[in-house]
Design a protein around this ligand. Structure first.
Ligand code: GLN
Length: 506
């Protein structure tokens, strides 16, 4: 199909699926867009495309800054805001010849798991439940996932802080990839929790995700947490030295087989493992004991960082000022923030401010009695989660071991304890997508629990992908969705291996 034909089809779907509410803003001048795509078609005919994504339409989650569209973060507080620049990832996509088709709906500032906490209303999944009721598309990148699943774009960017690319991909039956922390620039991405935020890609298959990832990957001096060239080459050396003949070793974390796991998901997980085994790959049980505390640690750390990041929206520095008051005695700030932020964001700010407050932090003059401090305890759990992963992966963590000598010792003594594994394989979420209607009676905690399988990789900064696997098991034809999200997690920097294994399952 020509690129022009493909773009016209996407624009048609954009009209057709308006009611799914996937976009907050989308292309106004379709003719201009199509003219640009025609130029890409011409380049392709000459055998000189700028890149594999030249002429493709890409949707951008609306917490990523764009010059030509407003950036709202689905919040009232950013009403009228226009970014004076494009985020690095947006610039890179455009330099590769891609066209931005619009900005996608999300949970306000990325906080949520169902894309219902949006100033612009909830996003609806393309799939419906058995009774025809709208299903949750997952969140917070639900708009990006629906834009892809309903063919409104070629691929989409999302952000993943604790699962926001993987969960929507899983609920919408598409592929969602979260890269190693620092691989893709965060410059121009509105911060939720800086130490966890990543930009991820959603598309229908791994090949497309990789094309987009290749376009946005790379060191960015404007992002202080971007992985520099020296570390990138150390990672490449370490990976190249890995003995790579024979089958993959796939770890199955025992802690992910929780009681609450939906039987359809457990059976699909098992089927996927059997498939890999039938291809000659080896399956090993592994244990990640700190996993059980990961969710609690995440919901201390992420809101703590969020409460600090969101302090800038006060009606003076950033934020749509509330006109009622003009003084700076605190009334202006309070009214602006009260009107601008939604309920979930306010809850996170309070939670974060509380866990960082002096009383809870137990800061007494200069002495900080760390034992009672939620934030410090959560940081310790974060380190334990990371150590758990390091203890099961064959590839040493390139950030904690500058030399590759660890690789040699792992190589020499693979029989010591249980063998180390290349990747881990587990479900993306414990349950199938709920109906949007059923969410209204639930507590915020119910939504937080959906992140239980995605948060550990986020805390450790690891690459992880969610893949749709055709569901099996009793009732799988009745639940309205025909696939289950299966997650593959790799060691830090081992992003390519995650794709290698994913492509065996696809
Ligand atoms: N659902 C999680 C949260 O609300 C993850 C969000 C994300 O990854 N942006 O924090």
């Amino acid at each position: 199909m020509s690129l022009l034909r493909e773009a016209e089809r996407s624009l048609g779907n954009l009209q057709k699926f308006r009611s799914l509410n996937a976009f907050v803003n989308s292309v106004r001048d379709e003719r201009l867009l199509l003219d640009r795509v025609k130029e890409s078609d011409a380049r392709r005919e000459l055998g000189k495309p700028k890149s594999p994504i030249d002429g493709r339409l890409i949707a951008i989650k609306d917490n990523i800054c764009t010059l030509h569209y407003p950036t709202t973060c689905a919040s009232g507080i950013l009403k009228g805001f226009k970014s004076p620049f494009d985020a690095t990832v947006v610039k890179k996509l455009q330099d590769s010849g891609a066209t931005i088709v619009g900005k996608t709906n999300l949970d306000e500032f990325g906080m949520g798991s169902h894309s219902t906490h949006s100033r612009f209303g909830a996003v609806k999944s393309l799939q419906t439940g058995p009774n025809g009721k709208a299903l949750s598309p997952g969140g917070s990148s639900g708009g990006s996932a629906v834009a892809v699943s309903s063919g409104q774009c070629y691929a989409a960017l999302g952000t993943d802080t604790g699962g926001s690319v993987r969960l929507p991909a899983s609920y919408c039956g598409i592929v969602g990839f979260k890269p190693s922390y620092g691989l893709v620039s965060r410059w121009g991405v509105v911060a939720y929790a800086n130490s966890l935020d990543t930009v991820g890609v959603l598309a229908r298959d791994c090949k497309t995700v990789k094309e987009v990832l290749n376009a946005i990957d790379g060191y960015d001096p404007q992002d202080p947490t971007s992985i520099p060239a020296s570390t990138r080459s150390r990672i490449a050396n370490l990976r190249a030295r890995r003995r790579r003949v024979g089958p993959f070793r796939i770890g199955v974390p025992a802690e992910y087989n929780v009681e609450e796991l939906s039987p359809i998901i457990r059976q699909t997980w098992l089927k996927t493992l059997q498939h890999l085994q039938s291809l000659g790959h080896e399956i090993y049980p592994v244990s990640l004991p700190a996993t059980q505390h990961a969710l609690s640690a995440y919901y201390i750390l992420a809101p703590a960082e969020a409460s600090s990041n969101l302090a800038r929206y006060d009606g003076v520095r950033y934020g749509a000022r509330d006109n009622a008051s003009d003084d700076t005695s605190g009334v202006l700030y309070a009214e602006t923030r009260d009107k601008g932020f939604g309920e979930e964001v306010k809850r996170r700010i309070l939670l974060g401010a509380y866990s960082l407050s002096a009383e809870v932090a137990d800061i007494d003059g200069l002495a900080c009695r760390a034992m009672n401090n939620y934030f410090i305890q959560a940081q310790k759990i974060r380190r334990l989660v990371q150590q758990d992963f390091d203890s099961v992966f064959y590839l040493p963590n390139p950030l904690s071991s500058p030399s590759s000598s660890d690789l040699a010792s792992a190589e020499a003594d693979p029989a010591h304890g249980s063998p180390k594994v290349d990747v881990l394989l587990c479900p993306t979420a414990p349950t199938l997508p709920p109906t949007i209607e059923s969410l209204s009676g639930k507590s915020p905690l119910d939504a937080y629990v959906n992140d239980v399988f995605t948060v550990p990789a986020s805390l450790a900064g690891l690459p992880a992908i969610s893949l749709p696997v055709k569901s099996t098991g009793e009732g799988s034809d009745m639940c309205g969705v025909n696939s289950v999200g299966i997650q593959i997690i790799g060691q830090y920097g081992d992003d390519e291996l995650v794709f290698d294994v994913a492509e065996l399952i696809e």
